[in-house]
Design a protein around this ligand. Structure first.
Ligand SMILES: NC(=O)c1ccc[n+]([C@@H]2O[C@H](COP(=O)([O-])OP(=O)(O)OC[C@H]3O[C@@H](n4cnc5c(N)ncnc54)[C@H](O)[C@@H]3O)[C@@H](O)[C@H]2O)c1
Length: 263
């Protein structure tokens, strides 16, 4: 299949678990992909794994506007423009009840998960308009539509992306630039192991009996109607849908890939 033939995709957090799996699928579907990440080692490995000349990387800290401008320019110089922008780099931050949550960590999560996503849109959208349109996908989460104890900064940040997405979709629809959110549920990943470990003591405190990280994992499966703990392979095809012309009439919306957990 070549649902992205001739398209150029930029993926921030491209060295991470979701970003790299999506990059593999995008390349298989005919796209040229620029991975953007602060971690050069991860990007090098993924570019090596994918092979060929359809993928390359750019090392950048997405919280630095000059770095954002530089990765946008790199995509233009190497591939001629940007058609698909997966604005995906993100962190969980601390896991702690709101009254114990550090202000510094809250600000750090917002800087990466919200401000940097906005700066990405700010510099990518004009390039897309110059090319006649494009698709922007913001990595929100099931925690963009519901809450969970211990994750005030992360949950706030993922809710914020829905507002950012809606405004940009309205502003740039007339220019054929679509903006949507992808909202995965828990996925087998380092990020979720960090969350399960952090949520366990908070659940222990709330319930008065010891709750382990393994029990939190089991609870997530129990609360998922499809009874499957998601994986990056469950999400990458949704990214492909949003990136491709199959979703040409979809903008300003969020797309849950959560096994029904939020239902
Ligand atoms: N893993 C899940 O279960 C899950 C569920 C819902 C949403 N998400 C969201 O999907 C996105 C990707 O998650 P993932 O599981 O691939 O995480 P990950 O930790 O594997 O990947 C995130 C990547 O972002 C990069 N990054 C962090 N700070 C950066 C910065 N300042 N500049 C540039 N790069 C930076 C990291 O180096 C890492 O490679 C995140 O926004 C996350 O919140 C993940």
């Amino acid at each position: 299949m070549s649902r992205l033939a001739g398209k150029v995709a930029v993926i921030t957090g491209g060295g991470g678990e979701i970003g790299s799996e999506t990059a593999k699928l995008f390349v298989q579907e005919g796209a040229k992909v620029l991975l953007v990440d602060i971690d050069e080692g991860k990007c090098k490995r993924i570019v090596g794994e994918i092979g060929g000349d359809a993928v390359s990387y750019f090392t950048a800290d997405v919280t630095k506007p000059a770095d954002v401008q530089a990765y946008v320019q790199a995509a233009v110089d190497r591939y001629g423009g940007i058609d698909v922008f997966l604005d995906n780099a993100g962190i969980v931050g601390d896991v702690a009840p709101t009254h114990d949550f550090s202000i510094e960590n809250f600000e750090k999560v917002m800087a990466i998960n919200v401000v940097a996503v906005f700066v990405g849109l700010k510099y990518v959208i004009p390039v897309m308009i110059g090319r006649g349109g494009g698709s922007c996908i913001l990595s929100s989460s099931i925690l963009g539509v519901r809450g969970t104890p211990g994750l005030t900064a992360y949950t706030t940040s993922k809710h914020a992306l829905l507002g950012m997405m809606r405004v940009a979709a309205i502003e740039y629809g007339p220019f054929n630039v679509r903006v949507n959110c992808i909202n995965p549920g828990p996925l087998e990943s380092g990020m979720m192991r960090h969350i399960e470990k952090g949520v366990a003591p908070i659940a222990t405190m709330a319930m008065g009996v010891e709750v382990t990280a393994e029990q939190i994992y089991a609870l997530f499966v129990e609360r998922t109607p499809l009874r499957h703990y998601g994986t990056v392979k469950d999400v990458a095809p949704v990214m492909l849908f949003l990136a491709s012309d199959d979703s040409r009439h979809c903008t300003g919306h969020f797309f849950l890939a959560d096994g029904g957990m939020s239902a």
